[in-house]
Ligand binder design. Structure first.
Ligand code: AN7
Length: 361
């Protein structure tokens, strides 16, 4: 029996293959891919009817490691391999970057070390980084401490930094905008997303800008970024020394791509505002129960923001809105289980179960 490595050309082979000419790769770049990208873009019927808008959800939790980080990581790790850096890959992370870096490093045959704030990341993300074989360094500090250390390590030692301060990450993350325009045939009026270290807002705006410059779309959306109220340095205009939010992925007080985020906001005529943990959790439950999409809390922040702006009267009816849902709900099962849940105990007899379901008297 022979083993074939060829596949049908229509088979999705990842976003470098799909968007090669838009990315900093050449024919000789070794591509490290888990076939990321091509994520669902769902019409949100409930949110559309609540807001009077045409709302779409870009479900990035469907990526191979369960978050949008895979878009940037396929490019960053491919470029690290091309540069023949047999270096250890290093990143700081609130969890998702560490899971993605660990996975792509494993696939490339590179060692990875991930710096995470001890006790502040969701268990599913840690489980991923462990299983992909990364060296886990739990720092007694914040994400911002981890990033400072990771940058200093990369400056003084032979390690490759794959946080979004590595521009290859942002290049890959632009592709979310390409996919949205390619699917809809137009760019939305408004694009909502959560903001933590601010790489994704920077890259999303860059993607729309590149596509508009190439006449793939006529307009670019207003970018609406949302931070958690306890971790909102871009809203307050100053670093937050001790950020705190239920949305652990965006518990960041000193975003590296601050300037990119402010440009995205200002050049697009958009906004960056804050939502409370309560608003985030309301949106988290709504997305699962009304739209059928289970996200992690940070990923509900864009929807929480959209609903908050609607409540403030800042969202005109009839707008076409896309919201990025950045990560999968299974990464943080603890938040789903917190506060308990309703269930019914039953004996292993159909009649008994039918009675508990009120199908029998
Ligand atoms: C689910 O993993 O920063 O504003 O270290 O995991 O580009 O940082 C994660 C960020 C939103 C914010 N949603 O994106 C990390 C990390 C989820 C995230 C963000 C993150 P950026």
């Amino acid at each position: 029996m022979s083993v074939s490595t060829s596949v049908q050309s229509s088979h999705w082979q990842g976003l470098i293959s799909a968007y090669r000419s838009w990315l900093p790769v050449s024919a000789t770049t070794p591509i490290v891919s888990l076939h990321e990208g091509n994520t669902p873009l769902l019409r949100a019927d409930h949110l559309s009817s609540v807001t009077g808008c045409d709302v779409w959800l870009k479900v990035e939790g469907a990526n191979p490691t369960g978050s949008f980080k895979d878009r940037g990581m396929t490019v960053a790790i491919s470029k690290a391999l091309e540069a023949n850096e047999r270096n250890t890959i290093v990143c700081a992370s609130t969890g998702n970057t560490s899971a993605s870096a660990a996975a792509y490093a494993a696939r490339a045959g590179l060692a990875a070390a991930v710096l995470v704030p001890k006790g502040r990341i969701a268990p599913g993300k840690l489980a991923q980084a462990i299983r992909y074989g990364a060296r886990i360094i739990e720092v007694a500090g914040s994400f911002d401490d981890c990033l400072r250390i990771a940058r200093e390590l990369a400056e003084h030692h032979p390690v490759t930094l794959v946080n979004s301060v590595n521009d290859h990450r942002l290049a890959g993350q632009q592709t979310v905008a390409f996919e949205i325009v390619d699917a809809l045939g137009w760019a939305p009026d408004i694009h909502c997303l959560p903001v933590g270290n601010a790489g994704n807002i920077t890259a999303t705006w860059r993607g729309y800008t590149a596509y508009a410059a190439a006449k793939r779309c006529t307009d670019r959306p207003r970018i609406w970024g949302f931070q958690a109220a306890g971790a909102a340095p871009l809203v307050h205009g100053s670093v937050v020394a001790r950020p705190r939010t239920v949305a652990s992925a965006i518990e960041i007080g000193n975003p590296a791509s601050r300037n990119g985020a402010l440009s995205a906001r200002d050049d697009s005529g958009g906004l960056i505002s804050a939502v409370t943990d309560e608003q985030i959790l309301d949106a988290y439950r709504l997305l699962a129960m009304r739209e059928g999409v289970f996200v992690e809390p940070a990923s509900a922040t864009g929807v929480a923001g959209l609903l908050a702006e609607h409540g403030r009267g800042r969202l005109d009816a009839g707008q076409r809105v896309v919201v990025t849902l950045t990560g999968n709900g299974l990464k943080d099962h603890e938040t789903s289980m917190a506060g308990g849940y309703d269930s019914i105990e039953a004996s292993p007899h159909t009649a008994d179960v039918a009675r508990t379901m009120k199908l029998l008297p």
